[in-house]
Design a binder for this molecule. Sequence first.
Ligand code: C2E
Ligand code: MG
Ligand code: MG
Length: 760
Amino acid sequence: MFPTRDFHEKKEKTIYKLTNITFMICLTVMLIFGSLFLTDTISRDISAESFYTLSSVSTESSKAITQMLQSRVDYLNSVWLLLKEEKGDSRQERILRQQNRSSIYNFEWVGYLDVSGKGWNSIGQDVDLSQSRLFHQIMSGSICMVQSPIQTPDGCVWNGIILGIPVYDDEGTFDGFLYQVFSPKGIASLLDIGAFDGQAKFCLMEQDGAIVATSENGIFAIGENIFDRLKEEGDGNQDFAEKMEEALIESRDGGGYYSLLGEGWFGYYLPIVLQSNDAELSIGMLSTLPENLVEMRIDNIFNSVLLLLILVLFYVALLLLFLLRMQRRQKQELERLAYQDILTGEANYEAFKREFKRLQAKGGILMICDIVEFKLINRYFGARKGDAVLRELAKLFAELDGLGKTVARVSDDQFIFFFSGMKEAEVPEKCRELKEQILETLRKLYVNQSNPVFGYCVTDGTEPIERLRGQAMFAKNLAKLERALYHAYDEQAAMELTDTLLLLDEFDRTLEESGMEVWYQPKYDICHKCIGGAEALVRWRGKDGKIISPGRFIPLLEERGKTAKLDEYVFKQVCFQQKAWLEQGLPVVPVSVNISRGSLLASDIVRRYCQILDQSGADQSCVYLEITEDSVQADVVKIIKTFRQEGFYMLMDDFGKGSSNLANLRRDLFQGVKFDKSLIDLIRSEAEETVLRSTIQMVRSMGMQITAEGVEKQEQVDFLESLGCDEIQGYFYYRPMEAGAFAQLLEAEAADGRLLDEIK
Ligand code: C2E
Ligand code: MG
Ligand code: MG
């Protein structure tokens, strides 16, 4: 079994959905990986940037501290220059005078120690530091800076910083030691840089690790040994402490991680070098930053990236939804366009086919409805009116019970119906019902000329739709040809119709090669009991020699607009035939020629016919013209009048065949009326006879001649005779016959004295 179209549609839909889902998953994965990579790169960049910022800040700060301490060293050197002078005051007095400069140089006091470790200071105290840590450093001859508890003259103890330099006399002999005592606040203010929102901490340490000064809220206390503290806090710090110690000894900078107080820290250390003459002091500065600060910054970025990612995903999802919706709408719109008739807005043939497929298994009746002469609506009322009529009809059909989408417009004015499950016996009633509804709709739109015609075929649900449509179309054409309301599909008739259609291709050639014959059907004059005239009827002799009735091909020629050519041909044949018979001395009766509506629409028809008449030399009183009642529309009235003015005898043909309108009986247009066979067939039904009787009486009262067509029975003749009908054309008297047979008949009648003298 082959997969169905539904299966393919479902498969396509599933593939489409899966593609969308896969796209979303891929996009999400890509975005996640992309953002992880981005976050990782940014994290590394942030760490590097934080480290760089910290080191830059530290370097700047260390420069300020170096400058500040170096200026103190320089000051002490300038004091030594003063002290070295041997003249004048004693050294002690000179030191005392330096106290005046304490506020300028921002120190508490300055002091001098000799090589024994004893001396005096600028606040007048004798000092003995021979036993202190400081004294041992002094003796090494280096600059020294220590943090130490200091006792002031008033007995207070505070943490001060002692910065001292060794001094030498002019011979270069070590003389002693000059120092200044100052508060660590001066240094602390230089350490309070406020970097990283105050989270970065700074401290100064002696080379052995003793903390000299720290920034506010520092993590190390003044006086404690940083190396010892770090090692105490954890084994992991060992490496950092050792590297820092080593770097400071070698006057290098460096950095690393350590942990303290249960937190991770990032530290950067650098040396601060002071110089005095040949002596040098190297102390260290440590800048440290909590690791979580960097993490926090990374987290912030990560959160921002995550937010961005969610927003992007949300946006993409929205976009996808929007696109899907748009696509669905487009699909619906396409479907609407594909399954909707643009003109009527109702279901079109494609929709019909879909619905038919769904219901066909049940079998039923497939029917085509055609509005006969719909083109007249367009012609007389305009295309807009024609469209409005089609819209109303489509609406009517769509609203009919049980039809739903099983009705659609298939072409200009043709509709197709599928009556699911309907039996053939129900068709006549359905057609009559539909006809009434259609006429009612047309009446509401003030359109009266058109009539519906139906063709149908029966299906058991196995035949393909196109074949059924073709059959229903054939049946509709048969109904049209037979001027019936409906017709079933008939294989035999269809074949004949096909033959005729093929034959039509040969029409022009046949006409040129005189393959068309003109036959004559005599009309019986009731009053004078003799042949009073005849009707010329065309006959087509096929290749097999068989005669094809005009009923089969004339409606088809009408559809192709070719009847004018035929009419003119017949008219010409009749005119020349009449003239020929006259010249041959044969009797002649008036012969009427059929003029179709198509002929009347050509404006030069009267001129052409007059010309033919003149050329033939026939007597005009022997050539009548017949125009069917349904051809008499407003647009041809003028032509008919012109024919009359030119002296033609005009007959209205087929009166009573369609929807007879007494208003069409116009004395100014026609001298005679031919009652159609359908009216004559009413004879014997009492009620209808009354109608016929009053109609004949009315026509007679108008002074018009009456011919009854299709009379086949004696009682019809009697009835018509009793009413004073003038002529009878029917098989009861004569059938149509070839020209030769007709001439012989007239001759014989004349010989028997049965023709009127004036005719002879
Ligand atoms: P029509 O003009 O009404 O012609 C009368 C038709 O009724 C003829 O059919 C004739 O044979 C038929 N008829 C006459 N008496 C009887 C009767 O007693 N019983 C029955 N059953 N039929 C009878 P025909 O010749 O087949 O022509 C059919 C129609 O074809 C004509 O109807 C006419 O409309 C058209 N037609 C024939 N020849 C021409 C023509 O040369 N030009 C045009 N435009 N139409 C023509
Ligand atoms: Mg006729
Ligand atoms: Mg007729």
